[in-house]
Design a protein around this ligand. Structure first.
Ligand SMILES: [Zn+2]
Length: 458
């Protein structure tokens, strides 16, 4: 999508027309100055206001701001789900994708289990291109709610099939295992190779180590890891050839696909791009404060790419929010910021090393910058039910030293430690003023549709 002088002239004319003619109530603001030519929706999973403030202090320092905070419009958003005052990512993403409140764990289904259509579906009907980018498995709850419909978010086998039903133009993240049969290191037991099926549908499929061609393919499915993309703290310690692509690079690649002209000069289609910084949430589930900050920094670098794009294409609406907060991370006055910055790996990796890699207190001390972890700490981590609980045990022990506090109890049945406070909304571009004030997560797709003059998805 290149912004031609003709289009600019047209939008100036439209602006004048809009000012001159009285607004027609709930009528569509077609071709008005508020009608975006493209929508980029960014979700920091688990990126509550506390996570934002905490990470800002670690990453850019006191008194400075993340790039994302330069978006001019700021609002607050309620996030409750149909089943709980505290949402999970599935219900939140369904609310933000389809404008429907549903039960936790549902993806693209209402609370009664009926499939709902999404803003992405509406955009596709209108001839827009679609793109999804995440640092998690592409089949994980947040991206899944753009295209998938399942009662249980853990059914990622079905979700992987559903991405080939909606067929977005570009989808980038991890999660190859849910596309591949066991014979190819996958988790599918039905023998299907969905990556091969994607190729037959006209997709280029890129995996880790594949060369990125420029210009990119017209349709691209990029699954760069079997599971989620690696935590930034861990990825940074790998040799370059084993690293996963960072979110800013994936974002640039998605924008290249979405703005590529596939039909000569006539193809100047709008697009909807959802970008998720998906592992802020995971780090907070594991009570890993330094991990949270590193993932937030990765997300913010992707925002820089998006805002650079928006500068060249000012008819792009950018909206950024979180689906919920996670872990009860508090921005309290006991935090030893230098200690948080000293941590060299994720607590999940460290937990794995202690539990099955044979590592002891020496590695914990080396990676956290302390000297007083001992055998008792190692025993608690080894006795944990799994690596995640081991990471949380480490997180609590490290938190006492770093002065970081987390939610003391975790509900293992539902959200695993999300919290339900309102989250921030940041927006810029045409129509962005509608995202100011207090909105609900179901308002997001409705506002997109209103600005575009489209019917609500449901
Ligand atoms: Zn979430």
């Amino acid at each position: 999508m290149r912004h031609r002088p003709f289009a600019l002239l047209l939008s100036v004319v439209a602006l004048v027309a809009c000012v001159a003619v009285a607004p027609s109530g709930a009528g569509a603001p077609q071709a008005s100055a508020e009608r975006p030519h493209a929508v980029i929706f960014m979700i920091g999973d688990g990126f509550g206001i506390s996570q934002l403030a905490f990470s800002r202090n670690v990453v850019v320092g006191k008194g400075k701001r993340f790039v994302l905070e330069s978006l001019p419009v700021v609002g607050l958003m309620t996030t409750w789900s149909a089943s709980n005052a505290v949402t999970d990512s599935g219900a939140a993403a369904t609310a933000m994708g389809a404008g429907v409140k549903t039960d936790n764990k549902h993806i693209g289904m209402d609370a009664a289990g009926k499939p709902v259509s999404t803003f992405a579906d509406r955009a596709k009907e209108q001839g827009w291109k679609l793109g999804y980018v995440t640092t998690t498995r592409i089949t994980h709850a947040t991206p899944a709610a753009c295209y998938g419909h399942v009662i249980n978010r853990d059914d990622e086998w079905t979700i992987a099939e559903q991405i080939l039903v909606q067929r977005p133009d570009v989808a980038l993240g991890g999660g190859a295992a849910f596309f591949l049969p066991a014979a190819k290191q996958g988790k599918r037991t039905d023998g299907r190779d969905l990556l091969e099926e994607a190729r037959k549908l006209g997709y280029a499929v890129w995996q880790r180590g594949d060369a990125w061609t420029s210009p990119p393919p017209d349709r691209l499915l990029g699954v760069f890891a079997n599971d989620h993309l690696a935590y930034k703290l861990d990825d940074a310690r790998l040799p370059p050839e084993r690293r996963d692509p960072p979110l800013d690079k994936l974002t640039s690649l998605a924008l290249d696909v979405l703005t590529k002209r596939t039909d000569g000069a006539k193809d100047d289609r709008g697009f909807y791009l959802m970008i998720e910084g998906g592992r802020i949430d995971h780090a907070c589930h594991e009570h890993d404060a330094a991990g949270c900050a590193a993932e937030a920094a990765d997300f913010d670098r992707a925002v820089a790419v998006v805002l650079e794009f928006q500068k060249k294409h000012p008819d792009t609406l950018v909206v950024l929010t979180a689906d919920h907060a996670t872990g009860g991370l508090a921005m309290n006055d006991t935090v030893d910021w230098d200690a948080v910055k000293r941590q060299k790996c994720s607590l999940l990796w460290l937990s794995g090393q202690v539990r099955s890699g044979g590592a002891g207190a020496a590695l914990i001390n080396e990676m956290t910058g302390y000297t007083d972890f001992g055998d008792e700490d190692v025993k608690v981590v080894r006795d944990a039910v799994d690596d995640y609980q081991g990471a949380r045990e480490l997180g609590h022990r490290l938190g006492r030293r770093q002065g970081v506090t987390w939610v003391p109890r975790i509900n293992f049945q539902d959200t695993f430690g999300h919290t339900g406070e309102d989250v921030a909304v940041f927006a810029g571009g045409p129509g962005s003023s509608h995202f100011a004030g207090e909105i609900d997560n179901t308002d997001i797709p409705r506002l997109f549709c209103k600005l575009l003059g489209w019917h609500d998805p449901n």
